[in-house]
Design a protein around this ligand. Structure first.
Ligand SMILES: C[S@@+](CC[C@H](N)C(=O)[O-])C[C@H]1O[C@@H](n2cnc3c(N)ncnc32)[C@H](O)[C@@H]1O
Length: 364
C-alpha cells in the first residue's frame, strides 16, 4: 500500500537488498482522500497497491514520480505526467494455482490469495477466472501447482490460458481447448500478432494511445529506426513509416519471427535480428538522422550497453523504462554523451506504484 505525502504510520519494516518493505501496524495520520478499496482482496493481494487512492490515485502517482525525480535527477524540472484513463485494464494477468486455490500471490509471499474476479483486469479475463478454477478442480486441466497466465487481445474478448510450459488453451462455451493461435492486438488501428504467453504491453489500447501521443509529439523521423528490445515490433509499427529503414533486435526468436511478419504485413519491411542487445550492439551505431529506441525489461539496460551507446553516431535516442529508479540510473550512465531533453512519465500500470518513463535524448 502506498502512502500519500504527509501520512504517518507506525510500521514494521523488512529491509531488502536495495529497499525496505513496511507493514502498517498503526495509523497516526491518514489523508482524507484515502478511500475503502473497491477490490475485496486489496489488503492482502500482491497484484495492486493503490486501490485506496480512489479518485486521487493520479495525484498520488504523480507525487511519487516527482519525489523520485527530485531525488535522482534534481536538475530535471520540465517533465510531464500522463495519468491512465479510467477504463484502462490489464489484458494479461499472472495467476497461481496451489493445487486447491487459484489466485494471486499475497504481497511479499508465495501464499495464494484466492480470487473469483479481478476488477483490475479486462472484463473477459475477470470472468474467465472461475472458469479456469473449475477446469483445474475438475481435472480438465493439469492439477499440478503452477503459474497460469490469462491473456486476451485487443479488442478484448478471446481469452487464452497459458501454463508455465507455454502451452495455451482457448476458452470456449464448453470449456478450454488446446489452441496455439497467436493473439491479435489492434493498436491504434494497427494489427500486431504475438505468441500467447509472449511479451506484449499489459494495457495495450492505452499503451498504444500514450506512445503515439508521446512519440508523435516529438516529431521523430529520418533515416534508420533501430528498435532495440523490439518485441513483436510495436514501436516500428507505430513509427516505422516515418523512417526510411527499420531494424528490430530482440532475443526472443519467436517474437522476432512475429515482428518480421507483422511489419511485412504493414508494408514496412524490416531487418530483424534475434540476438542479445549487448552482443549485437556495435560501437558507432547509426548516422545523424537515425533514431535508437531502447525498451529494455524492468532490470534496465545490460551492463556495457550504455557505454557502447556513448560512441553511437545516431542523432537521437529514446529510452523507455518501466522501472523509475533503473531509468534514472540509465540517464546518468548515458551522460555526458547523451543529454535528456524531454521526459514523460506515463501511468501504464494502473493501480500499482509502477510507471513507464519515456525519455528523449540528444547528443550531449
Ligand atoms: C519491455 S519489453 C518491450 C517489447 C516491445 N518494445 C514492446 O513494447 O512490445 C522488453 C523486450 O526485450 C526483450 N529482451 C529482454 N532482454 C533482452 C536482451 N538482453 N537482448 C534482447 N532482447 C531482450 C524481451 O524479450 C522483451 O520482448
Amino acid at each position: 500500500m502506498a502512502l500519500f505525502p504527509g501520512e504517518v504510520v507506525e510500521a514494521e519494516v523488512h529491509w531488502k537488498a536495495r529497499h525496505g518493505e513496511g507493514r502498517v501496524l498503526r495509523w497516526l495520520k491518514m489523508d482524507p482522500r484515502r478511500v475503502r478499496a473497491a477490490c475485496p482482496v486489496a489488503a492482502t493481494c500482491g497484484g495492486c497497491d493503490l486501490w485506496e487512492g480512489g479518485d486521487a490515485v493520479a495525484d498520488l502517482k504523480r507525487a511519487m514520480a516527482a519525489d523520485l525525480l527530485h531525488r535522482q535527477l534534481p536538475e530535471i524540472q520540465d517533465w510531464r505526467y500522463l495519468p491512465a484513463p479510467a477504463e484502462a485494464r490489464r489484458h494479461r494477468i499472472q495467476l497461481h494455482w496451489d493445487g486447491e486455490f487459484l489466485g494471486y500471490h499475497q504481497r511479499g509471499s508465495h501464499q495464494v490469495v484466492p480470487v473469483q474476479a479481478c476488477p483490475a483486469a479486462a472484463e473477459s479475463l475477470s470472468q474467465a477466472i472461475p472458469r479456469l478454477q473449475e477446469a483445474l478442480l475438475g481435472k480438465a486441466l493439469s492439477q499440478r501447482p503452477q503459474r497460469w497466465e490469462l491473456a486476451t487481445g485487443t479488442p478484448e474478448g478471446r481469452v487464452v490460458a497459458i501454463d508455465d510450459k507455454a502451452h495455451a488453451w482457448l476458452l470456449e462455451p464448453d470449456g478450454w481447448h488446446r489452441d496455439e493461435a497467436p493473439i491479435l492486438e489492434t493498436i491504434e488501428g494497427i494489427p500486431l500478432r504475438h505468441r500467447a504467453g509472449g511479451f506484449f504491453q499489459v494495457s495495450p489500447p492505452w499503451a498504444g494511445q500514450a506512445f503515439r501521443e508521446i512519440l508523435g509529439g516529438w516529431g521523430l523521423k529520418g533515416g534508420t529506426l533501430f528498435d532495440l528490445y523490439g518485441g513483436v515490433g510495436l514501436f516500428s509499427a507505430l513509427l516505422g513509416s516515418r523512417f526510411r529503414h527499420r531494424v528490430v533486435v530482440e532475443f526472443d526468436q519467436v517474437a522476432v519471427e512475429w515482428a518480421k511478419k507483422n511489419l511485412e504485413a504493414l508494408a514496412l519491411p524490416t531487418e530483424c535480428f534475434a540476438s542479445d542487445i549487448g552482443k549485437w550492439l556495435p560501437e558507432h551505431l547509426g548516422h545523424a538522422e537515425d533514431l535508437i529506441l531502447l525498451d529494455p525489461p524492468r532490470t534496465g539496460l545490460e551492463p556495457g550497453v550504455s557505454a557502447k551507446l556513448h560512441s553511437a553516431e545516431a542523432g537521437t535516442v529514446v529510452l523507455v523504462g518501466c522501472d523509475g529508479a533503473a531509468f534514472c540510473r540509465e540517464v546518468r550512465r548515458l551522460e555526458p554523451a547523451w543529454r535528456l531533453v524531454d521526459l514523460v512519465v506515463v501511468d501504464l500500470f494502473p493501480l500499482t506504484h509502477h510507471v513507464e518513463c519515456v525519455g528523449l535524448f540528444k547528443k550531449g
